[in-house]
Every structure is written in C-alpha cells, then in structure tokens.
Design a protein around this ligand. Structure first.
Ligand code: ASP
Ligand code: MG
Length: 424
C-alpha cells in the first residue's frame, strides 16, 4: 500500500466527461488499496475568464486607475478550483468512493499575505492522513489557501502544481502524480523537434532549469518545493485509458519521474534543450568603469520589478570605459528603457541600444559538472549552421545562448542532435 497525491490540470478536467475519466484514474488507485488525496485545477480556460472579468470591470467615468483589490481578485479567481473539486467529489461518490471536497481555507493551507502570488507557509498533514486512514479521498481545490488576514489567497498562475507538491510533502506521500495533457517531460519541445524523446527520469535540479527556461510542464515553484522536500513527482497523462495495462504500476507508471539525482543510474551528460521566446537585449555603451555602476543600473530596474536575466559586462581596455549588455522579457523593454533614461545621470552611460524578438536556447544536464567540452560542442554546432550568438551565460548544469528569434527552431534541433538526444 502506498500514499499517493494525484493532481489533475485544467485540460484533464475541462468538461464533465473528462472529470468522469479523472474519477476513474482515482478509482484505480483506491481499488488497489492506496491512500489517495487529489488536487484539482480549474476547468481549462476558466481562470483566464475569471481574471478577465476582474480586469475588465468598467471604470467610473474620469478614472483611469487600473487598480483592483488583490483580495477580491483572489475571491473571484479561486472560484474555478472550487467548482472542479465539488464536481470531482460528486463523480467519485457516484462510483461508490468515499470522497469529500476541500477548499484551501477549510484544510487550511496557510499562506503568506501576497494576494495573487501567495506562498504556502504551512499545511497540517495530520488531518488529511487521518481521513485517508478512514478511507476517505480528499479532493482539494488547488491554487488557493488562507492568508494571515483570514482571506482566500491564490498562489500565482499554474499554482495548483505547487498545491499538490506541498500536500504531498505534508502527508509524506510516496508519490505525487501530476496528470496533464502530455505524457511526460521530453528532451525538448516535440512540436519543434519530432525526434524529442520522453525522459524516464529527470533530476530535480534539471527540471528546475527546464521549467525556468521555458518548458511549461510544471510551475517552477512546485519543482523547487519538490526538490526541497524530496517529493518523487511523476508527470503523466490523464488522457490515457485509466485501466490500460501498467497504468497502476506502483514503481514505474508511464510518465517521467522527477527525482533525486542519486536515483538516476545512467546519467546522460545533457538531459534536455529548453528555449524561452520573447527575450530582449539592452546595451549601455561607454559606461564609466568604476565601483557602483552595476548597482546604479540594476537597482532601479529591480525596484521597477523588471526581471533581468543574462548580464554581460565587457572589460575595458584602458580601465576607463565599459559596455554592459543584459536581457529582459520583451514585454518589459519600454519600461526598462524609461527607468534607465530617468537614471542616465547617476548611471553615466553614453548611448543605450535595445533589440527585441530574441530567443534564449539552453542546454541542460547535471552530467556537465563532470564533463568538459559541452559548451564548445554547442558553439561549434551553431556556428556550422551560421547561427550568430549574441550572449552566453552558464551555470554548473546549463549553458544558455541568446540568438535571433528566427533561428530558434533550427538552434533547438541542432543542439538536440549534437548531444545525441534524438537517439535513445
Ligand atoms: N487554475 C490556475 C491557473 O490557471 C491554477 C492552475 O491551473 O494551476 O493558473
Ligand atoms: Mg495548470
């Protein structure tokens, strides 16, 4: 017998038939004698609709304030998950399963006060464990919790993954199964490279990089949490027949296991290629090369909540002037240019240049720690295809390369094949 948390994303609960199908997946695990808790997202598209309602409330004539109260945003937006948790409990009950829905505030899942982007602080797992012991399946509304102000708080878009992993950690589950519309994590996006392969296993750290660098399978925060609490997390599809052979396999269900690197016996040097579109590059030319220049640039950008990613500073020849280049999301360029313009005097640059429509392609793998030449092969392969590199950053387990947007697909396919990811 095992203890399993099963999470179902928006497309898996998109309509009543799919909710019925999800109930069959749950029933399979319950019938096998496992202790089960379930976490659900809102029906697909629902959260967008709810956010739209909040944002498009007509304003009083003469007012152009885009303001709305984040606590009321949460009250509206959290309702999508309330609906699916109730519907799934009904579907389960109709199959003879003892199921009960739970809203975030009822458990409670305690969060901080950052309405709209709250973090989970505490979940008392004992109560869920006790109910599991009594044979009850808790169907928990994901994406929501209870803030210190005693009000509903939502966890940020995609947050029901984080709800699931947090609950799995709180009840010390053997497994957290994230059911979605893809059947696992791939070496790269199969829409770009049809030869992409599903990974059997991927280490927490690699998944964290994949998720941060553009692979949209899981919310980044959920991977962080899984890594900290060592929650063995499976990404698998809810669209397969719930009773197909192997679906209930305890150790090796179909899908990708995200786990500790120690569990991965045959570690490849490179595990996957991720990409992030809509990057922009900003360059400040002829800056004074003295202490405090970086702080003068990136301080005001941080205050404006602009997320700076790659940073490249040139070393000046005579020690007097330098150039600084960095990337921001394309959507933030205008805001960044405005902030930098306002701070021109204190920063002290000569000209400012910007370019949008760039793409960051990243090579990821913990095997890089112990293998030399991984970056060199990437550069060679891109050069052979005539792809110009605009900026590079590296960490122990990844190399990120900034290139022109139109080359994105070619670069992804080139890197995917250079590391042999298309051959199993
Ligand atoms: N329904 C929420 C969203 O769309 C949470 C989730 O699906 O994870 O962001
Ligand atoms: Mg989701």
């Amino acid at each position: 017998m095992a203890r399993i948390v099963m999470k179902f994303g928006g497309t898996s609960v998109a309509d009543l038939n799919r909710i019925h199908n999800v109930a069959r997946h749950v029933k399979r695990e319950v019938d096998a004698g496992h202790e089960v808790a379930v976490v659900v997202s809102a029906m697909s598209g629902k959260t967008n609709e709810l956010v739209g309602w909040v944002e498009n409330m007509p304003k009083v004539a003469g007012s152009n304030a885009p303001f709305y109260d984040a606590r009321e945003y949460d009250a509206v937006v959290a309702s999508g998950e309330q609906v699916t948790s109730g519907l799934l409990a009904i579907a389960l009950q109709s199959m003879g399963i003892n199921a009960r829905s739970w809203q975030g505030w009822q458990l409670p899942i305690k969060t901080d006060n950052a309405h709209g982007a709250a973090r989970i602080l505490d979940i008392d797992g004992a109560d869920i464990i006790r109910r599991m012991g009594e044979g009850q399946v808790a169907v928990v509304a994901g994406f929501q919790g209870l803030g210190p102000d005693n009000r509903l708080a939502t966890l940020g878009r995609g947050g029901s993954d984080t709800s699931a992993v947090a609950i799995a950690a709180a009840v010390r589950a053997d497994r957290c199964d994230i059911y979605t519309d893809v059947d696992g994590v791939y070496t790269t996006d199969p829409r770009i490279e049809p030869k992409a392969r599903r990974l059997k296993k991927i280490a927490f750290e690699e998944m964290l990089e994949m998720a941060s660098l553009g692979a949209k399978v899981l919310q980044v925060r959920s991977v962080e949490l899984a890594m900290v609490h060592k929650v063995r997390t499976f990404v698998r599809s809810s669209f397969e027949d719930p009773d197909a052979p192997g679906m209930g396999d305890l150790m090796n269900p179909p899908g990708t296991l995200i786990c500790d690197e120690d569990e991965i016996v045959e570690q490849e040097v490179v595990t996957g290629i991720a990409y992030a579109k809509d990057e922009a590059q900003i360059s400040l030319r002829r800056l004074a090369d003295r202490p405090g220049v970086s702080a003068a640039i990136f301080g005001p950008l941080a205050e404006a909540h602009i997320n700076v990613d790659m940073i490249v500073q040139n070393i000046s020849e005579d020690g007097s002037k330098t150039d600084m280049t960095f990337t921001v999301p394309s959507g933030d360029v205008d805001k960044a240019l405005k902030v930098l313009g306002e701070n021109k005097e204190t920063i002290g640059y000569d000209v400012i240049q910007s370019e949008s429509g760039l793409v960051k392609v990243s090579v990821i793998g913990i095997g890089m720690r112990s293998h030399a030449g991984v970056a060199a092969s990437a550069f060679r392969a891109l050069a052979d295809k005539g792809i110009n590199i605009k900026a590079i950053t590296t960490s122990e387990i990844k190399i990120s390369i900034l290139i022109d947007g139109p080359y994105a697909e070619l670069a992804v396919r080139t890197l995917h094949s250079v590391y042999g990811l298309d051959k199993s």
